[in-house]
Design a protein around this ligand. Structure first.
Ligand code: TYD
Ligand code: MG
Length: 455
């Protein structure tokens, strides 16, 4: 019999302590520490272990499967993010806020795969079978042979999966509802989530099924409890969206079998999630072309160019410490761009309140957006609208120079395709001669600023 030992575990970060405290030492969260029973390992005793295999020479594997075997859903926005489909024998975690559409996405994926003849099992711990069926009929997929189960007990789930034939894909919705009787803690606690996830990951490796775990995320962007699961699984995908918008963005943050910088864009409609093949058109759809403080950034998300509108509002501040509010971009980079504008371009902007927003709820992490941000800021400050058919991209250096960024050709092509005719960027070397765009190349940010202000 394995002995159980009490431990105090922070439900936010998984930090383990020997006694209870009001505040976690690890992450600083209040009231997040819960007593849990953990297998101490004592009592299981050292058993005699016999070798069950021997190491294999790497070279002898040459010619074996060179590529991970994948099951493609045919939902190309999803397949793009997973790197070409779910990998056989892998475990993935799909995280996101409650109500963002995780169950909808995965039910659609399950139905698509089942319709292609794969054996798909969808296990819901949150909804009864009738509710899942109701959702399926809303999505128009109620006639697909997806195997449904409503269960939360891990051992029962494993037994159910044994009897389900050899499943290709198993979806567990959600990891927070799972519990195993090997431990005493309540469902949803870190130990339960971790142990259940471990059991399901082991099942994936053993059976060769692709296992997808669904996890709810807390407001601050952490997967509640299952943060610890991120290390165990092969891929972590986040499903995000901005309140008030119908777009949903699926983003890979970890992928052992592919790139992590790809995004998939969906639109939530009344018949479920619709793929958005051309996100730029969607993000620019509601742009007011005459507005000041609006610049179009030609960005890249993974291998795909995405054009988005960057909006800035610069207004005189009544406060001693002016306000800075940024949505969709990095606060520190905004401060940097402001400092460069002040120091190298003679733009007196620092004493104003500054608001910056990436339209459409997209989050940009590329330094290439510096130039578009600078253009939007100067446009708002000087009350001069930017040309409606211009795009901006380039990294601004601390010395006030503009540096070229990767994939310039792809960005330009996308901009041209969407009807833009001018691109302001750094000096580029090899640009496709077939391009009919007007290039406004600048060495210094000050050049561009003077050009905008002179309008
Ligand atoms: P859901 O997939 O249940 O979210 P999660 O599993 O991430 O908690 O999505 C629920 C939301 O999606 C709900 O607010 C209703 C909306 N929705 C639609 O707008 N259209 C649809 O066809 C479906 C199925 C859901
Ligand atoms: Mg759900």
């Amino acid at each position: 019999m394995v002995k159980q030992k009490a431990q105090f575990i922070c439900q936010a970060c998984g930090n383990v302590t020997s006694k209870w405290a009001g505040r976690c030492d690890g992450c600083g969260e209040w009231n997040s520490i819960v007593e849990e029973q953990v297998n101490s390992g004592v009592g299981s005793g050292p058993k005699s272990v016999t070798a069950s295999g021997r190491p294999i020479e790497l070279v002898s594997l040459t010619g074996a499967t060179d590529d991970a075997q994948r099951i493609t859903t045919g939902i190309s926005e999803l397949d793009r993010v997973t790197g070409g489909g779910f990998v056989v024998g892998s475990a993935s975690l799909v995280g996101g806020d409650p109500g963002i559409g995780k169950s909808t996405l995965l039910l659609q994926a399950a139905a698509a795969l089942a319709a292609k003849g794969h054996n798909v099992v969808y296990i819901s711990g949150e909804e009864a079978i009738a509710q899942v069926r109701l959702r399926a009929s809303r999505l128009g997929v109620e006639h697909t042979p997806v195997q449904l189960a409503s269960e939360t007990h891990v051992e029962t789930i494993l037994a159910t999966l044994e009897s389900a034939g050899k499943p290709d894909l198993v979806i567990l919705d959600s990891i927070q509802t799972l519990w195993t009787d090997r431990i005493d803690s309540a469902p949803g606690t870190v130990t339960q989530v971790r142990t259940s996830a471990q059991a399901m990951t082991r099942f994936a490796k053993k059976s060769g099924a692709a296992v997808v775990l669904v996890g709810h995320v807390t407001k601050d962007g952490q997967i509640a409890g299952p943060r610890v699961v991120e290390h165990m699984v092969d891929a972590v995908l986040y499903f995000e969206g901005e309140g008030g918008h119908n777009f949903r963005i699926l983003r890979g943050v970890k992928n052992r079998y592919g790139a992590t910088d790809e995004i998939g864009v969906f639109e939530m409609a009344h018949m479920g999630l619709r793929e958005v093949a051309n996100p730029s058109a969607l993000f620019l759809d509601q742009r007011d072309k005459e507005a000041t403080g609006s610049a179009v950034f030609a960005g890249m998300e993974g291998t795909r160019p995405v054009l988005v509108e960057i909006q800035a509002l610069v207004s005189p501040s009544p406060l001693g410490t002016p306000r800075r509010a940024v949505v969709g971009w990095d606060n520190a980079r905004l401060s940097m761009v402001l400092a460069v504008l002040e120091t190298h371009c003679g733009v007196r902007i620092g004493a104003n309140d500054i608001y910056l927003n990436v339209a459409g709820g997209l989050k940009i992490s590329e330094p290439a957006a510096d130039l578009a941000v600078a253009a939007a800021l100067v446009s708002s400050l000087t009350n001069a609208p930017l040309p409606a058919d211009a795009v901006y991209f380039g990294e601004v250096s601390l010395s006030g120079g503009i540096r070229p960024v990767s994939h310039a050709g792809t960005r330009l092509k996308e901009a041209q395709k969407l009807g833009f005719s001018i691109a302001h960027t750094a000096e580029l070397k090899d640009v496709d001669k077939g391009l009919s765009m007007n290039l406004g190349t600048h060495k210094q940010l000050a050049d561009l600023v003077a050009q905008i202000a002179s309008k």
